[in-house]
Unconditional design. Structure first.
Ligand code: HEM
Length: 508
């Protein structure tokens, strides 16, 4: 009996000791982070200096769109803010140019980039060296020269988009622009990847399952970037099961199933690539073992992750930009008329083929329209987190210690009223009046980890805007979105009504 009492006392004593040790450690860590940490001199919400959970509180508990929440924090604390124990965010355009600079070889930050489950892809590799090896291979398909060779494919898909619009005109139904453009960009990227398109444009009302799956998947990434264990749990379960038991991540599971099917066909029957009419698919390049330093083709898992990365990187971004251009052109008759006039002069007879890319590149208003679409969608709206190397770095004139996680969100450049007065206004002229603004067009990011698909994207954007706005008169349908609010899910997720257009074919 006495022994039992002593051992109970001893256990209680140890428990108290452990609790005191834990509290002392937590108190020390709190004091260190707030007063002694190398980032202690930077202002910001006190809770953010103490714990990572501040971000989760803002984004998940309060349900705020993180890039929008940061605007309020910057308004309160200034241009450079501490938003995590080891993290700074900048609202200064010069900081963007300093962080995403061609000279830097800074790593991507693991917590954010692991959340996409694309760790073994050009986008997901954290280090410059690994990403460069993969990007060099993919560049066989994405270099300006290679992209010139796939122009025909882009034009074919723009024709398919026009055919879908014609169907809407015949049936007298409004066109869902929020989905239509993404169907086209998805058909282009899946064709480029696998040698055959998913034919999203053929799906009635543009409600292609792959687009719906990607829409639904974007929300999963917000959960995953806040709760790594949740990602491991969901992705550890076969997609067929997780789509049933986890409704919030069902979209991701659907997407996984679609892509896995395509990849297993290619890895099991690599000879199927030989029967294609052209040798330009991304998987031709990726499955050529001679391209790799170690002479080995990446695993099926890595090929899957590359496909998923390319779908998100190449589909929504370009589709959103086209949607944004259309939304504003329909709202803005003056801009619409100017674009129409320029296109008529460049393409006087609609029965003739499209002007060449070189000709389209020289049309100032067309390019101004696209740059405004890129500015307002901003590509990726979350901060692209980078880690400052051990020696530290100067960002916007301020010394930042090594190991700090840094970013400057693209919206903090694109919506900066000093660079872009009345930033919410759609004004293509601003790019013509002030060519130096090109330096602050950061939708594709900058530096060594900038967009790999920029050449393809520009070809798609130029051919599509020229064709659609030369061949159709478009008016917003009564059901169309009146504004385009978005939520930060890394890419912008547009909320509310879609952009709906009533199309009329022009006759000359
Ligand atoms: C309007 C269209 C596009 C925009 C605005 C855009 C924007 C961006 C941005 C901001 C990044 C940097 C992401 C980061 O640092 O984490 C990026 C990276 C990337 N983009 Fe694009 N993108 C577009 C189209 C495309 C297309 C068509 C493709 C090809 C299919 C593509 C493939 C990639 C890849 C592979 C990366 C990763 C590069 C790296 O991490 O080094 N993008 N894109």
């Amino acid at each position: 009996m006495a022994a039992a009492v002593i051992s109970a006392d001893t256990a209680a004593g140890w428990a108290v000791l452990a609790a005191v040790a834990l509290l002392t450690f937590l108190a020390y860590r709190l004091i260190y982070r707030v007063y002694l940490h190398p980032l202690a001199r930077f202002p910001g919400p006190p809770a953010a200096a103490v714990t990572w959970w501040w971000k989760t509180y803002v984004e998940v508990i309060r349900g705020r769109s993180f890039c929008h929440a940061l605007e309020g924090v910057h308004a309160q604390y200034g241009d450079i803010i501490r938003i995590g124990p080891d993290e700074l965010h900048f609202a200064n355009p010069q900081a963007y140019l300093d962080i995403y600079n061609a000279k830097n070889r800074w790593n991507k930050e693991p917590k954010l980039y692991h959340c996409f489950n694309e760790d073994r892809s050009s986008f997901g590799f954290l280090t410059y060296r690994e990403a460069k090896e993969r990007k060099d291979i993919l560049n066989k398909t994405f270099s300006p020269k290679a992209i010139e060779q796939v122009q025909g494919l882009v034009l074919e898909k723009v024709d398919a988009l026009a055919a879908a619009f014609d169907r809407d005109v015949e049936q007298d139904t409004p066109t869902n622009m929020s989905y239509a453009f993404r169907c086209m960009t998805m058909d282009i990227i899946t064709y480029l990847c696998f040698g055959h398109a998913v034919d999203a444009l053929k799906v009635p009302n543009y409600r292609a399952p792959i687009i719906e799956a990607m829409d639904a998947a974007l929300g999963s990434f917000v959960l995953f970037r806040n709760f790594e264990w949740f990602k491991s749990l969901i992705l550890g379960i076969p997609p067929r099961i997780s789509r049933v038991i986890s409704p919030p991540t069902r979209g991701l599971a659907e997407l996984q199933l679609t892509l896995l099917e395509q990849i297993s066909e290619l890895t099991e029957h690599p000879e199927s690539l030989d029967h294609l009419p052209h040798k330009m698919t991304i998987y031709h390049a990726l499955m050529d073992k001679d391209s790799y330093q170690n002479g080995t083709v990446p695993s099926a898992g890595s090929l899957y992750e590359e496909a998923q990365a390319l779908m998100f990187a190449g589909g929504d971004t370009t589709g959103n930009t086209l949607m944004m251009c259309s939304f504003h052109l329909m709202k803005n008759p003056e801009a619409h008329a100017k674009l129409r006039m320029e296109l008529r002069a460049a393409w006087p007879d609609i029965h003739q083929p499209s002007p060449s890319l070189r000709e389209l590149e020289k049309l100032p208003y067309l390019n101004g329209v696209i740059k405004e679409g890129l500015r307002l969608t901003s590509g990726v709206v979350s901060g692209l987190l980078r880690i400052v190397p051990p020696e530290g770095a100067k960002i916007a004139g301020t010394f930042v210690p090594g190991g700090t996680i840094v970013s400057c969100g693209s919206t903090f450049v694109h919506y900066n009223p000093k660079l872009f007065p009345e930033p919410q206004e759609f004004r293509p002229e601003r790019w013509i009046e002030n060519p130096s603004l090109d330096n602050y067009q950061v939708a594709f990011s900058k530096g060594p980890r900038m967009c790999l698909g920029i050449n393809l994207a520009w070809v798609e954007l130029r051919y599509t805007v020229a064709r659609i706005w030369r061949f159709y008169d478009m008016k917003a349908d009564a059901s169309s979105a009146k504004s385009l609010p978005f939520r930060d899910t890394f890419l912008p997720s547009y909320e509310g009504a879609p952009v709906m257009a009533r199309m009329e074919k022009v006759t000359a």
